[in-house]
Design a protein around this ligand. Structure first.
Ligand code: PHB
Length: 401
Protein backbone atom coordinates (compact mmCIF):
# COMPACT_ATOMS: atom_id res chain seq x y z
CA UNK A 1 0.00 0.00 0.00
CA UNK A 2 1.20 3.48 -0.63
CA UNK A 3 -0.18 6.64 0.78
CA UNK A 4 -0.26 10.34 0.00
CA UNK A 5 -1.73 13.07 2.12
CA UNK A 6 -3.26 15.94 0.23
CA UNK A 7 -3.89 19.21 1.93
CA UNK A 8 -7.28 20.82 1.41
CA UNK A 9 -7.40 22.35 -2.02
CA UNK A 10 -6.16 25.93 -1.98
CA UNK A 11 -7.92 28.74 -3.78
CA UNK A 12 -4.94 29.19 -6.10
CA UNK A 13 -4.65 25.50 -6.90
CA UNK A 14 -8.34 25.52 -7.51
CA UNK A 15 -8.26 28.40 -9.94
CA UNK A 16 -5.33 27.00 -11.92
CA UNK A 17 -6.59 23.41 -11.80
CA UNK A 18 -10.30 23.77 -12.33
CA UNK A 19 -10.31 23.15 -16.08
CA UNK A 20 -7.92 20.21 -15.76
CA UNK A 21 -10.01 18.66 -13.04
CA UNK A 22 -13.13 18.88 -15.15
CA UNK A 23 -11.49 17.15 -18.12
CA UNK A 24 -9.72 14.55 -16.05
CA UNK A 25 -12.89 13.59 -14.27
CA UNK A 26 -13.71 11.15 -17.07
CA UNK A 27 -10.15 9.90 -17.50
CA UNK A 28 -10.35 6.65 -15.45
CA UNK A 29 -12.70 5.11 -18.02
CA UNK A 30 -10.21 5.92 -20.79
CA UNK A 31 -7.29 4.00 -19.36
CA UNK A 32 -6.40 0.85 -21.25
CA UNK A 33 -7.68 -2.36 -19.60
CA UNK A 34 -4.14 -3.77 -19.33
CA UNK A 35 -2.87 -0.76 -17.40
CA UNK A 36 -6.00 -0.56 -15.31
CA UNK A 37 -5.68 -4.17 -14.15
CA UNK A 38 -1.99 -4.18 -13.34
CA UNK A 39 -1.96 -0.85 -11.60
CA UNK A 40 -3.06 -0.79 -7.97
CA UNK A 41 -6.63 0.26 -7.31
CA UNK A 42 -6.45 3.85 -6.15
CA UNK A 43 -8.73 4.56 -3.19
CA UNK A 44 -9.43 8.22 -2.45
CA UNK A 45 -10.16 8.86 1.22
CA UNK A 46 -12.04 12.13 1.59
CA UNK A 47 -12.54 12.67 5.32
CA UNK A 48 -12.28 15.34 7.99
CA UNK A 49 -8.78 15.10 9.46
CA UNK A 50 -9.16 18.44 11.27
CA UNK A 51 -12.04 20.19 13.05
CA UNK A 52 -14.82 18.94 15.33
CA UNK A 53 -15.14 15.67 13.32
CA UNK A 54 -11.37 15.00 13.09
CA UNK A 55 -11.43 11.96 15.36
CA UNK A 56 -14.33 10.47 13.40
CA UNK A 57 -12.39 10.82 10.17
CA UNK A 58 -9.28 9.25 11.66
CA UNK A 59 -11.17 6.25 13.02
CA UNK A 60 -12.89 5.66 9.66
CA UNK A 61 -9.49 5.86 7.95
CA UNK A 62 -7.94 3.47 10.50
CA UNK A 63 -10.83 1.03 10.18
CA UNK A 64 -10.63 1.00 6.38
CA UNK A 65 -6.87 0.47 6.38
CA UNK A 66 -7.13 -2.25 9.03
CA UNK A 67 -9.39 -4.30 6.78
CA UNK A 68 -7.08 -3.86 3.78
CA UNK A 69 -4.05 -4.82 5.88
CA UNK A 70 -5.83 -7.95 7.07
CA UNK A 71 -6.21 -8.89 3.40
CA UNK A 72 -2.49 -8.43 2.76
CA UNK A 73 -2.91 -4.99 1.20
CA UNK A 74 -5.11 -6.37 -1.61
CA UNK A 75 -8.83 -6.54 -2.36
CA UNK A 76 -9.97 -9.12 -4.90
CA UNK A 77 -6.29 -9.83 -5.58
CA UNK A 78 -5.59 -6.22 -6.58
CA UNK A 79 -3.14 -4.08 -4.67
CA UNK A 80 -4.62 -1.02 -2.98
CA UNK A 81 -3.05 2.41 -2.94
CA UNK A 82 -4.37 5.47 -1.12
CA UNK A 83 -4.66 9.17 -1.67
CA UNK A 84 -6.34 11.25 0.99
CA UNK A 85 -7.80 14.70 1.35
CA UNK A 86 -8.86 16.63 4.45
CA UNK A 87 -12.37 17.93 3.73
CA UNK A 88 -12.44 19.82 7.06
CA UNK A 89 -16.23 19.22 7.18
CA UNK A 90 -16.62 22.25 4.90
CA UNK A 91 -19.48 21.79 2.41
CA UNK A 92 -18.37 24.79 0.36
CA UNK A 93 -15.10 23.00 -0.54
CA UNK A 94 -16.74 19.61 -1.10
CA UNK A 95 -17.17 19.79 -4.87
CA UNK A 96 -13.60 20.96 -5.50
CA UNK A 97 -12.09 18.39 -3.16
CA UNK A 98 -14.05 15.58 -4.79
CA UNK A 99 -13.26 16.82 -8.30
CA UNK A 100 -9.61 16.86 -7.41
CA UNK A 101 -9.72 13.24 -6.21
CA UNK A 102 -11.52 11.86 -9.25
CA UNK A 103 -9.88 14.27 -11.69
CA UNK A 104 -6.28 15.14 -11.03
CA UNK A 105 -5.67 12.23 -8.63
CA UNK A 106 -7.58 9.68 -10.74
CA UNK A 107 -9.00 7.84 -7.73
CA UNK A 108 -10.82 4.69 -8.89
CA UNK A 109 -13.06 4.64 -5.82
CA UNK A 110 -13.79 7.34 -3.26
CA UNK A 111 -14.54 6.69 0.40
CA UNK A 112 -16.11 9.69 2.16
CA UNK A 113 -17.27 11.39 4.21
CA UNK A 114 -18.54 12.26 7.71
CA UNK A 115 -20.53 15.50 7.23
CA UNK A 116 -23.88 15.27 5.40
CA UNK A 117 -23.43 18.59 3.56
CA UNK A 118 -20.00 17.62 2.24
CA UNK A 119 -21.30 14.17 1.31
CA UNK A 120 -24.08 15.64 -0.84
CA UNK A 121 -21.49 17.62 -2.82
CA UNK A 122 -19.57 14.35 -3.30
CA UNK A 123 -22.74 12.54 -4.37
CA UNK A 124 -23.33 15.10 -7.11
CA UNK A 125 -19.80 14.69 -8.51
CA UNK A 126 -20.02 10.89 -8.19
CA UNK A 127 -23.28 10.91 -10.17
CA UNK A 128 -21.83 13.21 -12.85
CA UNK A 129 -18.57 11.26 -13.25
CA UNK A 130 -19.97 7.78 -12.42
CA UNK A 131 -17.26 7.37 -9.79
CA UNK A 132 -17.83 4.56 -7.32
CA UNK A 133 -18.51 6.20 -3.95
CA UNK A 134 -18.88 4.51 -0.57
CA UNK A 135 -20.11 6.81 2.21
CA UNK A 136 -18.63 5.58 5.50
CA UNK A 137 -20.62 7.88 7.79
CA UNK A 138 -22.64 10.85 6.54
CA UNK A 139 -26.33 10.11 6.99
CA UNK A 140 -27.81 12.57 4.45
CA UNK A 141 -31.12 10.89 3.63
CA UNK A 142 -31.00 12.11 0.03
CA UNK A 143 -27.82 10.15 -0.79
CA UNK A 144 -29.88 6.97 -0.70
CA UNK A 145 -33.15 8.78 -1.45
CA UNK A 146 -33.80 11.09 -4.42
CA UNK A 147 -30.06 11.20 -5.30
CA UNK A 148 -29.54 7.43 -5.12
CA UNK A 149 -27.51 5.90 -7.96
CA UNK A 150 -26.06 2.50 -8.86
CA UNK A 151 -22.50 3.71 -8.14
CA UNK A 152 -23.30 5.15 -4.68
CA UNK A 153 -23.25 2.98 -1.53
CA UNK A 154 -23.32 3.69 2.17
CA UNK A 155 -21.66 1.53 4.85
CA UNK A 156 -23.08 3.59 7.70
CA UNK A 157 -26.74 4.68 8.16
CA UNK A 158 -29.29 7.17 6.92
CA UNK A 159 -30.05 10.00 9.34
CA UNK A 160 -33.51 8.51 9.68
CA UNK A 161 -32.34 5.10 10.90
CA UNK A 162 -30.91 5.56 14.41
CA UNK A 163 -33.45 8.26 15.33
CA UNK A 164 -36.83 6.91 14.30
CA UNK A 165 -36.72 3.99 16.80
CA UNK A 166 -35.83 6.39 19.63
CA UNK A 167 -39.32 7.93 19.38
CA UNK A 168 -40.98 4.80 20.72
CA UNK A 169 -38.20 4.14 23.24
CA UNK A 170 -38.66 7.57 24.86
CA UNK A 171 -42.44 7.47 24.77
CA UNK A 172 -42.45 4.00 26.37
CA UNK A 173 -40.10 5.37 29.06
CA UNK A 174 -42.92 7.76 30.03
CA UNK A 175 -41.74 10.94 28.30
CA UNK A 176 -44.67 12.74 26.69
CA UNK A 177 -43.20 16.21 26.08
CA UNK A 178 -39.70 16.33 24.67
CA UNK A 179 -37.40 19.11 23.41
CA UNK A 180 -34.81 18.45 20.71
CA UNK A 181 -31.42 20.08 20.33
CA UNK A 182 -28.90 19.89 17.50
CA UNK A 183 -26.69 21.70 15.02
CA UNK A 184 -28.57 23.51 12.28
CA UNK A 185 -27.52 21.58 9.17
CA UNK A 186 -28.82 18.65 7.14
CA UNK A 187 -27.81 15.91 9.58
CA UNK A 188 -29.27 17.67 12.60
CA UNK A 189 -32.53 18.55 10.86
CA UNK A 190 -33.01 15.07 9.38
CA UNK A 191 -32.16 13.27 12.60
CA UNK A 192 -34.54 15.35 14.69
CA UNK A 193 -37.27 15.01 12.09
CA UNK A 194 -36.93 11.19 12.12
CA UNK A 195 -37.10 11.21 15.90
CA UNK A 196 -40.19 13.40 15.76
CA UNK A 197 -41.79 11.03 13.26
CA UNK A 198 -41.31 8.06 15.59
CA UNK A 199 -42.17 10.00 18.74
CA UNK A 200 -45.41 11.58 17.50
CA UNK A 201 -46.48 8.28 15.97
CA UNK A 202 -46.06 6.73 19.43
CA UNK A 203 -48.17 9.55 20.94
CA UNK A 204 -45.54 12.06 22.08
CA UNK A 205 -45.27 15.80 21.54
CA UNK A 206 -42.14 17.77 20.63
CA UNK A 207 -42.34 21.04 22.57
CA UNK A 208 -39.44 22.89 20.95
CA UNK A 209 -36.62 22.30 18.46
CA UNK A 210 -33.46 24.08 19.59
CA UNK A 211 -30.57 24.63 17.20
CA UNK A 212 -27.24 26.40 16.85
CA UNK A 213 -25.01 26.74 13.78
CA UNK A 214 -22.53 23.93 12.98
CA UNK A 215 -19.92 23.54 14.50
CA UNK A 216 -20.55 26.07 17.30
CA UNK A 217 -20.34 24.89 20.91
CA UNK A 218 -21.75 27.83 22.88
CA UNK A 219 -24.60 25.79 24.37
CA UNK A 220 -25.35 27.89 27.44
CA UNK A 221 -28.32 29.91 26.14
CA UNK A 222 -30.00 26.77 24.80
CA UNK A 223 -29.44 24.87 28.03
CA UNK A 224 -31.02 27.80 29.92
CA UNK A 225 -33.97 27.59 27.54
CA UNK A 226 -34.35 23.86 28.30
CA UNK A 227 -34.39 24.65 32.03
CA UNK A 228 -37.23 27.14 31.41
CA UNK A 229 -39.22 24.78 29.17
CA UNK A 230 -38.97 21.88 31.63
CA UNK A 231 -39.69 19.13 29.08
CA UNK A 232 -39.92 15.53 30.32
CA UNK A 233 -36.69 14.77 28.46
CA UNK A 234 -34.36 15.99 25.69
CA UNK A 235 -33.28 14.22 22.49
CA UNK A 236 -30.01 15.44 20.93
CA UNK A 237 -27.75 15.00 17.94
CA UNK A 238 -24.17 16.16 18.32
CA UNK A 239 -21.00 14.26 17.47
CA UNK A 240 -17.24 14.44 17.89
CA UNK A 241 -15.78 17.38 19.79
CA UNK A 242 -19.16 19.14 19.96
CA UNK A 243 -20.79 16.10 21.60
CA UNK A 244 -18.07 16.00 24.24
CA UNK A 245 -18.71 19.60 25.21
CA UNK A 246 -22.51 19.38 25.07
CA UNK A 247 -22.71 16.37 27.38
CA UNK A 248 -20.34 18.02 29.84
CA UNK A 249 -22.20 21.35 29.76
CA UNK A 250 -25.57 19.62 30.21
CA UNK A 251 -24.28 17.74 33.25
CA UNK A 252 -22.59 20.84 34.67
CA UNK A 253 -25.91 22.72 34.46
CA UNK A 254 -27.36 20.04 36.75
CA UNK A 255 -30.21 19.16 34.39
CA UNK A 256 -29.41 15.48 33.96
CA UNK A 257 -31.35 14.32 37.02
CA UNK A 258 -34.60 16.18 36.33
CA UNK A 259 -34.62 16.33 32.52
CA UNK A 260 -32.96 13.17 31.22
CA UNK A 261 -30.82 13.52 28.11
CA UNK A 262 -31.13 11.01 25.27
CA UNK A 263 -29.60 11.06 21.82
CA UNK A 264 -28.67 9.39 18.62
CA UNK A 265 -25.69 7.26 19.62
CA UNK A 266 -23.20 9.66 18.05
CA UNK A 267 -23.61 11.68 21.24
CA UNK A 268 -21.62 9.10 23.19
CA UNK A 269 -19.65 7.13 20.56
CA UNK A 270 -15.92 7.75 20.44
CA UNK A 271 -16.43 10.45 23.07
CA UNK A 272 -16.73 8.64 26.40
CA UNK A 273 -13.15 8.98 27.53
CA UNK A 274 -13.35 12.76 27.13
CA UNK A 275 -16.87 13.03 28.61
CA UNK A 276 -16.00 11.08 31.76
CA UNK A 277 -18.66 10.87 34.48
CA UNK A 278 -20.87 13.41 32.68
CA UNK A 279 -21.95 10.66 30.26
CA UNK A 280 -22.85 8.04 32.88
CA UNK A 281 -26.32 6.62 32.36
CA UNK A 282 -27.03 8.35 29.04
CA UNK A 283 -29.29 6.31 26.79
CA UNK A 284 -28.85 6.46 23.03
CA UNK A 285 -29.84 4.51 19.93
CA UNK A 286 -27.35 3.43 17.28
CA UNK A 287 -26.42 0.60 14.93
CA UNK A 288 -23.61 -0.47 17.26
CA UNK A 289 -22.83 -1.12 20.92
CA UNK A 290 -19.39 -1.68 22.42
CA UNK A 291 -20.22 -4.97 24.07
CA UNK A 292 -21.90 -6.79 21.16
CA UNK A 293 -20.50 -10.22 21.78
CA UNK A 294 -20.63 -11.58 18.25
CA UNK A 295 -17.28 -13.06 17.12
CA UNK A 296 -16.84 -10.39 14.40
CA UNK A 297 -16.99 -7.59 16.97
CA UNK A 298 -14.68 -9.28 19.45
CA UNK A 299 -12.08 -9.92 16.71
CA UNK A 300 -12.49 -6.42 15.27
CA UNK A 301 -12.00 -4.64 18.61
CA UNK A 302 -8.87 -6.67 19.35
CA UNK A 303 -7.36 -6.07 15.90
CA UNK A 304 -8.19 -2.35 16.01
CA UNK A 305 -6.60 -2.00 19.43
CA UNK A 306 -3.51 -3.91 18.32
CA UNK A 307 -3.11 -1.70 15.25
CA UNK A 308 -3.94 1.71 16.67
CA UNK A 309 -3.82 1.44 20.47
CA UNK A 310 -7.39 2.79 20.50
CA UNK A 311 -10.76 1.33 21.40
CA UNK A 312 -12.81 0.87 18.24
CA UNK A 313 -16.11 2.72 17.86
CA UNK A 314 -18.90 3.02 15.30
CA UNK A 315 -16.77 5.17 13.00
CA UNK A 316 -13.99 2.58 12.92
CA UNK A 317 -16.61 -0.10 12.21
CA UNK A 318 -18.09 1.91 9.33
CA UNK A 319 -14.62 2.38 7.79
CA UNK A 320 -13.88 -1.32 8.21
CA UNK A 321 -17.19 -2.27 6.62
CA UNK A 322 -16.66 0.14 3.71
CA UNK A 323 -13.54 -1.87 2.88
CA UNK A 324 -15.42 -5.15 3.40
CA UNK A 325 -18.09 -3.97 0.96
CA UNK A 326 -15.50 -2.94 -1.62
CA UNK A 327 -13.85 -6.33 -1.13
CA UNK A 328 -17.10 -8.10 -2.00
CA UNK A 329 -17.24 -6.15 -5.26
CA UNK A 330 -13.56 -6.61 -6.10
CA UNK A 331 -13.70 -10.36 -5.46
CA UNK A 332 -16.70 -10.71 -7.77
CA UNK A 333 -14.70 -9.26 -10.67
CA UNK A 334 -11.28 -10.73 -9.83
CA UNK A 335 -9.93 -7.25 -9.15
CA UNK A 336 -11.07 -5.76 -12.47
CA UNK A 337 -13.11 -2.78 -11.32
CA UNK A 338 -13.94 -1.94 -14.93
CA UNK A 339 -16.50 -4.75 -14.86
CA UNK A 340 -18.62 -2.19 -13.13
CA UNK A 341 -22.11 -3.70 -13.45
CA UNK A 342 -21.01 -7.05 -12.08
CA UNK A 343 -19.14 -5.38 -9.25
CA UNK A 344 -22.12 -3.22 -8.29
CA UNK A 345 -24.51 -6.18 -8.41
CA UNK A 346 -22.28 -8.12 -6.02
CA UNK A 347 -21.99 -5.17 -3.64
CA UNK A 348 -25.74 -4.61 -3.66
CA UNK A 349 -26.33 -8.26 -2.74
CA UNK A 350 -23.56 -8.32 -0.09
CA UNK A 351 -24.27 -9.92 3.28
CA UNK A 352 -21.56 -8.79 5.64
CA UNK A 353 -20.81 -10.30 9.02
CA UNK A 354 -20.14 -6.88 10.52
CA UNK A 355 -18.98 -6.09 14.05
CA UNK A 356 -22.36 -4.33 14.35
CA UNK A 357 -24.24 -7.57 13.55
CA UNK A 358 -25.79 -8.65 10.24
CA UNK A 359 -25.41 -6.06 7.48
CA UNK A 360 -27.13 -6.11 4.10
CA UNK A 361 -28.25 -3.40 1.67
CA UNK A 362 -31.57 -2.16 0.31
CA UNK A 363 -32.26 -1.26 -3.31
CA UNK A 364 -30.94 2.26 -2.67
CA UNK A 365 -27.65 0.79 -1.33
CA UNK A 366 -28.32 1.87 2.24
CA UNK A 367 -27.63 -0.58 5.10
CA UNK A 368 -30.36 -2.72 6.63
CA UNK A 369 -29.29 -3.22 10.24
CA UNK A 370 -30.31 -3.52 13.87
CA UNK A 371 -30.67 -0.36 15.91
CA UNK A 372 -29.62 -0.93 19.51
CA UNK A 373 -30.69 0.90 22.66
CA UNK A 374 -27.50 1.48 24.64
CA UNK A 375 -26.68 2.92 28.04
CA UNK A 376 -23.36 4.37 29.14
CA UNK A 377 -22.03 2.11 31.90
CA UNK A 378 -18.42 1.81 33.04
CA UNK A 379 -17.23 4.08 30.26
CA UNK A 380 -18.84 1.92 27.54
CA UNK A 381 -21.95 2.09 25.39
CA UNK A 382 -23.50 -1.15 26.57
CA UNK A 383 -26.43 -2.73 24.79
CA UNK A 384 -29.72 -2.64 26.71
CA UNK A 385 -31.90 -4.16 23.98
CA UNK A 386 -32.46 -4.19 20.25
CA UNK A 387 -34.64 -1.08 19.85
CA UNK A 388 -35.68 -2.20 16.36
CA UNK A 389 -34.43 -5.18 14.37
CA UNK A 390 -33.34 -5.05 10.71
CA UNK A 391 -34.19 -1.38 10.29
CA UNK A 392 -34.55 -0.49 6.62
CA UNK A 393 -34.50 3.14 5.54
CA UNK A 394 -37.67 4.14 3.66
CA UNK A 395 -35.44 5.39 0.77
CA UNK A 396 -38.07 7.99 -0.04
CA UNK A 397 -37.61 9.33 -3.56
CA UNK A 398 -35.12 6.69 -4.76
CA UNK A 399 -36.01 5.52 -8.26
CA UNK A 400 -33.71 2.46 -8.39
CA UNK A 401 -35.64 -0.77 -8.86
C1 PHB B 1 -23.59 13.82 9.36
O1 PHB B 1 -23.29 14.98 9.08
O2 PHB B 1 -24.30 13.12 8.60
C2 PHB B 1 -23.09 13.18 10.60
C3 PHB B 1 -21.94 13.64 11.20
C4 PHB B 1 -21.45 13.03 12.34
C5 PHB B 1 -22.12 11.93 12.87
C6 PHB B 1 -23.30 11.47 12.29
C7 PHB B 1 -23.78 12.11 11.14
O3 PHB B 1 -21.65 11.33 13.95
Amino acid sequence: MSNRLMLPISRRALLSGAAGAATLAVAPGLRSPAIAQNAPLKVGLMLPYTGTYAKLGKFIDDGFRLYVEQKGGKLGGREITFVQVDDESKPEAGTDNMNRLVGREKADVVIGTVHSGVAMAMVKVARDTKTLLIIPNAGANDATGPACAPNIFRSSFSNWQPNYPMGKVMFDAGHKNVATITWKYAAGAEQMSAFKEGFTKAGGNVVEDLTLPFPEVEFQALITRIAQLKPDAVHAFFAGGGAVKFVKDYAAAGLGKTIPLYGAGFLTDGTLEAQGAAANGLKTTLHYADNLDNPANVAFLKAFKDKTGNVGDIYAVQGYDAAALLDVGMKAVGGDDKQRDKMIAAMGAAKIDSPRGPLSFNKAHNPIQNIYLREVRNGRNEMVSIAQKDVDDPARGCKLA
